[in-house]
Design a protein around this ligand. Structure first.
Ligand SMILES: Cc1cc2nc3c(=O)[nH]c(=O)nc-3n(C[C@H](O)[C@H](O)[C@H](O)COP(=O)(O)O)c2cc1C
Length: 217
């Protein structure tokens, strides 16, 4: 769906998810992530960029596993520490994954995807048309219930900062794996909150599309 249509539907409160493609499993157990190898860090930094043309094919499960672990995975099991920092280790940013068959939440401890809503919410994750057909859109959501130790006035800023760190991990993983990605803030927050069935203390932060690159730079 093109951007103008999405803007118009959004104004009318009619920007809605599509029916799911296929049947959504309640849980997707991910294979263990590859925690070594990949492109040298300085080359990944040299290669990092935003790209906005995506092939529609689903990412292999191992790629999905590595990508989610890079963003929000546990890298120090003894501490429950993650690959990205958070203020006072609140780990308040929840990572949602919009796939054609449904909306999932990444559960770091289990390294699995848990089904939240069995609809295709990709279209609602952004005004830009590519979000509808790219194989996955990540959505970063702050759970304010996990930030009780953070002063109230700082919570939003801290959550955006933590989401930014997670998103940069995704950028670097994508650079290393030869995938395209772009972080995004331009979406209909009301429509997406509704489509995701978010609770009152959950705040939408950012979205990020990932997929194999299509076309030239
Ligand atoms: C907070 C934030 C919000 C952004 N929102 C969007 C967006 O909604 N749509 C989009 O296409 N790009 C978005 N971008 C990506 C920027 O346009 C992009 O990073 C910038 O043009 C620099 O390009 P580069 O990432 O290739 O260096 C956003 C970037 C940031 C940091």
């Amino acid at each position: 769906m093109n951007t103008l249509t999405k803007l118009a539907l959004g104004l009318m409160g009619q920007l809605k998810p599509r029916p799911p493609v296929g049947t959504a499993a309640t849980t997707i157990e991910l294979p263990p992530p590859h925690r070594s190898g990949g492109m040298p860090l300085m080359e990944a930094l040299q290669t990092r960029e935003s790209r906005r043309e995506f092939a529609p094919e689903a990412l292999p499960e191992q790629t999905l596993s590595d990508l989610l672990w890079a963003s929000a995975g546990i890298n120090r099991p003894e501490l429950g520490g993650r690959t990205a920092p958070s203020a006072m280790n609140s780990q308040e940013v929840q990572l949602y994954v919009a796939l054609p068959q449904g909306l999932y939440r990444y559960e770091s401890a289990a390294h699995a995807l848990l089904l939240e809503v069995a609809t295709d919410v990709r279209r609602v994750t952004g005004y830009q048309d590519f979000v509808d057909t790219a194989p996955l859109d990540l959505i970063y959501v702050a759970d304010h219930g996990r930030m009780k130790l953070v002063p109230a006035a700082q919570r939003e800023a801290y959550a955006f900062t933590a989401a930014g760190a997670m998103a940069q991990n995704v950028y670097l993983y994508c650079a290393s794996a030869g995938l395209a990605t772009v972080i995004r803030a331009w979406f209909d927050r009301h429509a997406l909150s509704q489509a995701m069935h978010l609770e009152a203390d959950q705040q939408l932060l950012l979205a990020q599309t990932v997929g194999a690159a299509k076309g030239d730079r």
